[in-house]
Design a protein around this ligand. Structure first.
Ligand code: SF4
Length: 275
Protein backbone atom coordinates (compact mmCIF):
# COMPACT_ATOMS: atom_id res chain seq x y z
CA UNK A 1 0.00 0.00 0.00
CA UNK A 2 1.38 3.47 -0.79
CA UNK A 3 1.98 5.65 2.25
CA UNK A 4 -0.74 8.19 3.02
CA UNK A 5 0.13 11.76 2.03
CA UNK A 6 0.85 14.09 4.93
CA UNK A 7 -1.77 16.85 4.87
CA UNK A 8 -0.12 20.06 5.98
CA UNK A 9 0.07 23.83 6.04
CA UNK A 10 3.23 25.89 6.50
CA UNK A 11 2.31 26.57 10.13
CA UNK A 12 1.90 22.85 10.85
CA UNK A 13 5.36 22.09 9.46
CA UNK A 14 6.79 25.17 11.17
CA UNK A 15 5.36 24.15 14.54
CA UNK A 16 7.21 20.82 14.42
CA UNK A 17 10.43 22.40 13.16
CA UNK A 18 10.32 24.93 16.03
CA UNK A 19 9.39 22.43 18.72
CA UNK A 20 8.05 18.87 18.34
CA UNK A 21 6.29 19.14 21.70
CA UNK A 22 4.40 22.23 20.60
CA UNK A 23 3.37 20.35 17.47
CA UNK A 24 2.04 17.54 19.64
CA UNK A 25 0.04 19.89 21.86
CA UNK A 26 -1.43 21.63 18.79
CA UNK A 27 -2.11 18.75 16.42
CA UNK A 28 -1.93 15.39 18.20
CA UNK A 29 -3.18 15.61 21.79
CA UNK A 30 -6.95 15.55 22.07
CA UNK A 31 -8.52 17.29 23.78
CA UNK A 32 -6.05 20.09 22.99
CA UNK A 33 -4.33 21.23 26.20
CA UNK A 34 -5.49 24.63 27.47
CA UNK A 35 -3.85 27.60 25.78
CA UNK A 36 -2.79 30.82 27.43
CA UNK A 37 -4.72 34.05 26.85
CA UNK A 38 -4.75 35.68 23.39
CA UNK A 39 -1.73 37.80 22.43
CA UNK A 40 -2.13 41.46 21.52
CA UNK A 41 0.48 41.15 18.75
CA UNK A 42 -1.60 38.39 17.13
CA UNK A 43 -4.69 40.62 17.33
CA UNK A 44 -2.72 43.45 15.72
CA UNK A 45 -1.38 41.21 12.95
CA UNK A 46 -4.80 39.75 12.20
CA UNK A 47 -6.44 43.21 12.13
CA UNK A 48 -3.90 44.61 9.67
CA UNK A 49 -3.96 41.53 7.46
CA UNK A 50 -7.76 41.56 7.20
CA UNK A 51 -7.83 45.31 6.53
CA UNK A 52 -5.43 44.78 3.62
CA UNK A 53 -7.49 41.88 2.34
CA UNK A 54 -10.60 44.06 2.40
CA UNK A 55 -8.70 46.91 0.71
CA UNK A 56 -8.54 44.78 -2.42
CA UNK A 57 -12.25 44.01 -2.17
CA UNK A 58 -13.02 47.75 -2.53
CA UNK A 59 -13.96 49.17 -5.92
CA UNK A 60 -10.99 50.96 -7.53
CA UNK A 61 -12.31 54.47 -6.80
CA UNK A 62 -12.49 53.68 -3.06
CA UNK A 63 -8.93 52.40 -2.77
CA UNK A 64 -7.85 55.66 -1.16
CA UNK A 65 -6.25 56.31 2.26
CA UNK A 66 -9.54 57.80 3.50
CA UNK A 67 -11.09 54.31 3.36
CA UNK A 68 -8.57 52.87 5.80
CA UNK A 69 -10.08 53.95 9.15
CA UNK A 70 -13.37 52.26 8.26
CA UNK A 71 -11.57 49.14 7.06
CA UNK A 72 -9.39 48.89 10.13
CA UNK A 73 -12.23 49.60 12.57
CA UNK A 74 -14.33 46.87 10.98
CA UNK A 75 -11.56 44.27 11.29
CA UNK A 76 -10.03 45.36 14.60
CA UNK A 77 -9.47 42.48 17.01
CA UNK A 78 -9.60 43.71 20.62
CA UNK A 79 -8.09 40.79 22.50
CA UNK A 80 -4.87 40.81 24.48
CA UNK A 81 -4.36 44.52 25.15
CA UNK A 82 -3.59 45.80 28.64
CA UNK A 83 -6.34 48.42 28.54
CA UNK A 84 -8.35 50.63 26.23
CA UNK A 85 -5.60 53.28 26.12
CA UNK A 86 -3.02 50.82 24.87
CA UNK A 87 -5.48 49.48 22.34
CA UNK A 88 -6.20 53.00 21.06
CA UNK A 89 -2.51 53.84 20.68
CA UNK A 90 -1.92 50.57 18.83
CA UNK A 91 -4.89 51.20 16.53
CA UNK A 92 -3.53 54.65 15.61
CA UNK A 93 -0.11 53.16 14.92
CA UNK A 94 -1.60 50.41 12.77
CA UNK A 95 -3.53 53.02 10.82
CA UNK A 96 -0.31 54.96 10.14
CA UNK A 97 1.40 51.78 8.93
CA UNK A 98 -1.48 51.08 6.59
CA UNK A 99 -1.53 54.66 5.26
CA UNK A 100 2.18 54.53 4.47
CA UNK A 101 1.87 51.08 2.96
CA UNK A 102 -1.07 51.69 0.65
CA UNK A 103 0.71 54.83 -0.62
CA UNK A 104 3.21 52.38 -2.19
CA UNK A 105 0.49 50.34 -3.92
CA UNK A 106 -0.93 50.94 -7.37
CA UNK A 107 -4.71 50.97 -6.79
CA UNK A 108 -5.26 49.84 -10.39
CA UNK A 109 -3.31 46.64 -9.88
CA UNK A 110 -5.37 43.52 -9.25
CA UNK A 111 -3.40 40.73 -7.59
CA UNK A 112 -3.79 37.16 -8.81
CA UNK A 113 -4.99 36.33 -5.33
CA UNK A 114 -5.58 37.92 -1.93
CA UNK A 115 -5.53 35.58 1.06
CA UNK A 116 -5.60 32.94 -1.60
CA UNK A 117 -5.33 29.25 -0.76
CA UNK A 118 -2.86 27.42 -2.97
CA UNK A 119 -2.58 23.66 -2.77
CA UNK A 120 -0.43 21.01 -4.38
CA UNK A 121 0.80 17.47 -3.82
CA UNK A 122 4.24 15.91 -3.82
CA UNK A 123 5.21 12.28 -3.29
CA UNK A 124 4.87 12.86 0.47
CA UNK A 125 2.84 16.03 1.07
CA UNK A 126 -0.67 17.24 0.41
CA UNK A 127 0.18 20.88 0.96
CA UNK A 128 -2.21 23.81 1.28
CA UNK A 129 -1.59 27.32 2.51
CA UNK A 130 -3.16 30.75 2.42
CA UNK A 131 -0.83 33.35 0.90
CA UNK A 132 -1.40 36.96 1.98
CA UNK A 133 -1.16 38.13 -1.62
CA UNK A 134 -0.03 36.73 -4.95
CA UNK A 135 0.89 39.43 -7.44
CA UNK A 136 0.94 39.23 -11.20
CA UNK A 137 4.07 40.88 -12.55
CA UNK A 138 6.10 40.83 -15.74
CA UNK A 139 9.55 39.35 -15.23
CA UNK A 140 12.40 38.27 -17.51
CA UNK A 141 10.42 35.22 -18.60
CA UNK A 142 7.11 37.09 -19.09
CA UNK A 143 4.13 36.91 -16.76
CA UNK A 144 5.04 35.57 -13.36
CA UNK A 145 3.45 35.17 -9.94
CA UNK A 146 5.07 36.80 -6.90
CA UNK A 147 4.38 35.76 -3.31
CA UNK A 148 3.83 38.66 -0.90
CA UNK A 149 3.71 38.12 2.86
CA UNK A 150 2.85 40.98 5.26
CA UNK A 151 4.75 41.32 8.52
CA UNK A 152 3.79 43.46 11.50
CA UNK A 153 6.27 42.21 14.12
CA UNK A 154 8.54 44.39 16.15
CA UNK A 155 11.86 43.25 14.72
CA UNK A 156 13.01 44.35 11.29
CA UNK A 157 13.72 41.83 8.54
CA UNK A 158 16.86 40.80 6.71
CA UNK A 159 17.50 39.03 3.41
CA UNK A 160 17.81 35.70 5.22
CA UNK A 161 14.20 35.95 6.39
CA UNK A 162 12.94 35.79 2.82
CA UNK A 163 15.58 33.34 1.59
CA UNK A 164 15.12 30.95 4.50
CA UNK A 165 11.35 31.00 4.77
CA UNK A 166 10.01 27.54 4.03
CA UNK A 167 6.46 28.88 4.02
CA UNK A 168 7.21 31.38 1.23
CA UNK A 169 9.02 28.74 -0.82
CA UNK A 170 6.12 26.30 -0.49
CA UNK A 171 3.64 28.99 -1.51
CA UNK A 172 5.78 29.71 -4.58
CA UNK A 173 6.06 26.01 -5.42
CA UNK A 174 2.28 25.59 -5.15
CA UNK A 175 1.47 28.88 -6.95
CA UNK A 176 3.50 27.76 -9.99
CA UNK A 177 1.28 24.75 -10.29
CA UNK A 178 -2.02 26.48 -9.51
CA UNK A 179 -1.50 29.44 -11.86
CA UNK A 180 0.63 27.57 -14.43
CA UNK A 181 3.19 30.32 -14.62
CA UNK A 182 6.66 30.81 -13.09
CA UNK A 183 6.77 31.85 -9.44
CA UNK A 184 10.27 32.33 -8.06
CA UNK A 185 10.13 35.70 -6.37
CA UNK A 186 9.04 35.90 -2.73
CA UNK A 187 8.70 39.14 -0.77
CA UNK A 188 8.25 40.06 2.88
CA UNK A 189 6.58 43.44 3.37
CA UNK A 190 7.30 44.77 6.87
CA UNK A 191 4.71 47.45 7.52
CA UNK A 192 6.24 49.05 10.65
CA UNK A 193 9.43 49.99 8.77
CA UNK A 194 8.17 50.00 5.18
CA UNK A 195 10.90 47.49 4.32
CA UNK A 196 10.48 44.97 1.50
CA UNK A 197 12.81 42.00 1.65
CA UNK A 198 13.06 39.99 -1.56
CA UNK A 199 14.41 36.61 -2.53
CA UNK A 200 14.52 35.12 -6.02
CA UNK A 201 14.27 31.35 -5.82
CA UNK A 202 15.52 28.95 -8.46
CA UNK A 203 13.84 25.66 -9.34
CA UNK A 204 16.63 24.01 -7.35
CA UNK A 205 16.13 26.12 -4.21
CA UNK A 206 12.37 25.51 -4.33
CA UNK A 207 12.97 21.78 -4.72
CA UNK A 208 15.38 21.90 -1.78
CA UNK A 209 12.73 23.49 0.43
CA UNK A 210 10.17 20.92 -0.67
CA UNK A 211 12.61 18.10 0.20
CA UNK A 212 13.14 19.66 3.65
CA UNK A 213 9.39 19.88 4.16
CA UNK A 214 9.05 16.23 3.11
CA UNK A 215 11.77 15.23 5.60
CA UNK A 216 9.89 17.05 8.37
CA UNK A 217 6.65 15.33 7.33
CA UNK A 218 8.36 11.91 7.44
CA UNK A 219 9.67 12.65 10.94
CA UNK A 220 6.20 13.68 12.10
CA UNK A 221 4.53 10.62 10.59
CA UNK A 222 7.15 8.34 12.18
CA UNK A 223 6.61 9.92 15.60
CA UNK A 224 2.83 9.69 15.29
CA UNK A 225 3.08 6.06 14.21
CA UNK A 226 5.35 5.23 17.13
CA UNK A 227 2.95 6.83 19.61
CA UNK A 228 0.03 4.95 18.07
CA UNK A 229 2.05 1.74 18.59
CA UNK A 230 2.54 2.54 22.28
CA UNK A 231 5.78 4.58 22.41
CA UNK A 232 6.16 7.34 25.02
CA UNK A 233 4.68 10.53 23.51
CA UNK A 234 7.07 12.72 25.55
CA UNK A 235 10.06 10.93 24.00
CA UNK A 236 8.66 10.97 20.45
CA UNK A 237 7.76 14.67 20.62
CA UNK A 238 10.58 16.16 22.72
CA UNK A 239 10.62 19.72 24.01
CA UNK A 240 12.91 22.27 22.36
CA UNK A 241 13.37 24.90 25.06
CA UNK A 242 14.45 28.35 23.95
CA UNK A 243 13.36 31.94 23.61
CA UNK A 244 10.11 30.88 21.90
CA UNK A 245 8.89 29.26 25.13
CA UNK A 246 7.96 32.61 26.68
CA UNK A 247 5.62 33.21 23.73
CA UNK A 248 4.27 29.68 23.47
CA UNK A 249 0.53 29.15 23.92
CA UNK A 250 1.27 25.96 25.85
CA UNK A 251 3.86 27.42 28.24
CA UNK A 252 1.81 26.48 31.30
CA UNK A 253 1.20 22.92 30.09
CA UNK A 254 4.79 22.20 29.13
CA UNK A 255 7.41 21.27 31.74
CA UNK A 256 10.09 23.20 29.81
CA UNK A 257 7.78 26.18 29.36
CA UNK A 258 7.23 26.53 33.08
CA UNK A 259 10.94 27.31 33.40
CA UNK A 260 10.70 30.17 30.86
CA UNK A 261 10.04 33.77 31.93
CA UNK A 262 6.38 34.68 31.47
CA UNK A 263 5.36 37.52 29.13
CA UNK A 264 2.26 39.62 29.43
CA UNK A 265 -0.15 39.21 26.50
CA UNK A 266 0.60 42.84 25.50
CA UNK A 267 4.39 42.85 26.01
CA UNK A 268 5.11 42.83 22.32
CA UNK A 269 3.04 45.94 21.56
CA UNK A 270 4.19 48.01 24.56
CA UNK A 271 6.85 49.83 22.54
CA UNK A 272 4.20 51.24 20.19
CA UNK A 273 3.05 53.61 22.90
CA UNK A 274 6.50 55.22 22.99
CA UNK A 275 7.06 55.54 19.21
S1 SF4 B 1 6.97 25.91 26.04
FE1 SF4 B 1 8.80 25.72 24.75
S2 SF4 B 1 9.41 23.56 24.85
FE2 SF4 B 1 7.31 23.72 25.60
S3 SF4 B 1 5.98 23.33 23.86
FE3 SF4 B 1 6.24 25.53 23.96
S4 SF4 B 1 8.01 25.97 22.65
FE4 SF4 B 1 8.06 23.78 23.08
Amino acid sequence: MPERLFVCTPSKLGAYADCPRRYRYSYVDRPTPPKGPPWAHNSLGASVHTALKNWYALPLDRRVPGSLPTLLKATWVREGYRDVDQERVTYQQALRWLESYVATLDPQEEPLGVERVVATKTAVLAFNGRADRIDSRVGDEGAEAVIVDYKTGRSGLGADDARGSQALALYAYAAQRVFRRPCHRVELHHLPTGTVVVHEHTEESLARQVRRAEDTARDIMAAEKAVAAGADPDAEFPTNPGSLCSWCDFRKTCPAGLEAPAKEPWTSVEHLGSS
